[in-house]
Design a protein around this ligand. Sequence first.
Ligand code: ME8
Length: 644
Amino acid sequence: MSVDGRYYITTPIYYVNDRPHIGTAYCSALADTLARFQRLFGNETYFLTGTDEHGQKVEKAALDRGISPQAHCDELSEAFRELLPQMHVSNDDFIRTTEERHKVVVRAALQQLFDSGDIYAEDYEGWYSTAAERFWTEKDLVNGKCPDSGQDVEKIVERNYFFRMSKYSDQLRAHIEANAEFIRPPHRANEVLGFLDKGLQDLCISRPKARLAWGIELPFDTDYVTYVWFDALLNYISALGYGGDDDLFQTWWPHSNHLLGKDILTTHSVYWTTILLALGVPLPKSIIAHGWWLRGEAKMSKSLGNVVSPLGMKDVYGADVLRYFLMRDMVIGLDSDFSEAMLVRRNNSDLANDLGNLARRAAGLVDRYFDGKVPTEGAAGEEERVLHEMASALRRRVPELVGDLKIHSAIEETLQFVRSLNKYVTDTAPFKVVKTDPAAAGRILYTVLEGLRHVSWLLTPVMPMKMAELHEGLGTSPAITTLASLQWGDLEEGSAISMGKGLFPRAEPPEEAEETPAEPQAKAPKKAKSKPKKDSDVIEFDDFLAVQLVVADVKSCGPVEGADKLLIFELDLGTETRTVLSGLAKHYAPESLVGTQVVLVSNLKPRKIFGVESQGMLLTTEDAEGGVHLLRPGAPAPAGTRIQ
Ligand code: ME8
């Protein structure tokens, strides 16, 4: 978390050799989520992204299409720029390395380092990889191939210009060792230190025009263009007007945080930092390396042709649901598998069932019993006090977790609060209470609406549009500029709520297990599944919710005298104990079931069986041989946990 009121965040600038995919969209969405959280915590932010347009990959992509590199860049850069508002990304600037404001800074930096002797010319013999656009030494090669791309390399001898990177190795090491927050997560710092241990070489920063024409000409030798990484990295300061009218630079550079994928950690934490040291510019505050979205075992990447289109996903599920999935299902720093089926599952469980359902239930009851107006809060009882405490704990926890880059945990803890609110509605049953004690029902609903308002602000950085819709629908409350102004009880009693259509519709699972829209076409919005033949084939979601399924602990289990198929269970539901009979005697030894967990239909009308009242029904499956198996929760859950 920023502690000094300002936060400058950058994404890598994206190569325009192809269109955006989920991996690059993730990086933009994560930077945006971090920026929005910082704003919510009261910090001013500046958010930069853009496109990396020079170099061999881009030149080749243009040549393959038979158009000029500039025309190619103009078109592809626009595809990246257009994606941003569609993903609800709130960047302040978008830099292109073909812009003059960038080239001026690159030329000035090159000249400064040439004049100071940190750039020198030398004949160089090495193994050149076109794919990685760089030279490798013999010992870098893996089975004679480029260690980055696995592609062929060729031996080249040529005169080139070099940056004295090796000179700054010790200074860089000292900085990394003294600043635990410099490279994040911390295990990445060890990786960089390990890289330095191998001995840093000088960096070749030129390409002869005879081999590559598409680049920024060296100011001191017109036969060469600049190596694309040297050019690209400077975007982080050229966009701030470094070296010129540099108010922006003075304001933001001391608060700079670079977000990037782990594949480009070395270029940022070694090349970029040593360039800055040579220029005499302070190092960035932090370099944050995230993991990769995989498809199966492989990285999703343009070159592997296994990419998922962010626009396709956005068109089917909406940008905020896609953002929610990307933020919730990736632990920053680790890899994660992208599957549409998992996205749908996340949408249906967290958003449709938990959050959407809570909003719909609360709005429905307020409409029905309180004329669509926020009821009176009334005096809090014990249950309400617990919920108030949870909300204020969340206001403290979320900034801590985001500061630790645990966005997934910040989301999960907020969702746990949503689940507690859902349980509170179920336990307190305001739809019953309202008939005898309308004030008590009002208090319950006020608590739920206020809880939802808290959730809407805490999740705004993740789902800006959906959460704006939610808090705007909840009745009148003061505008929240920072988390400090989010106070329990500010929701205005008597103000009208207007929760229109469902906030988060359930999504249909993809037709095939791993179906994803192919790049680059967007997929048409999915239609509802073909209509069932009879209305009686389907039930409303509310009908499903009417069936209460809960997790129960088996306290005791034994035979029933005179009934050789039955077992009698004593079940703990957390708040009560139930007696249940079930036809399992031929399938389980009773003592083997004690201490296990089962799933109970808990609101079934009691039935007398063999003179004993059975208070519910256990869920089971039957296999092809007639064996009966108890259904159990996939992971241990507290007794009484509602299943939905
Ligand atoms: O590297 N999962 O550009 P780029 C997560 N132009 N992130 C992914 C990913 C995936 N499957 N695939 C790519 C470049 N990325 C340079 C940057 S900055 C001065 C120059 C991430 O378009 C990747 O890790 O190849 C990187 O951070 C970003 O997308 C841009 O990749």
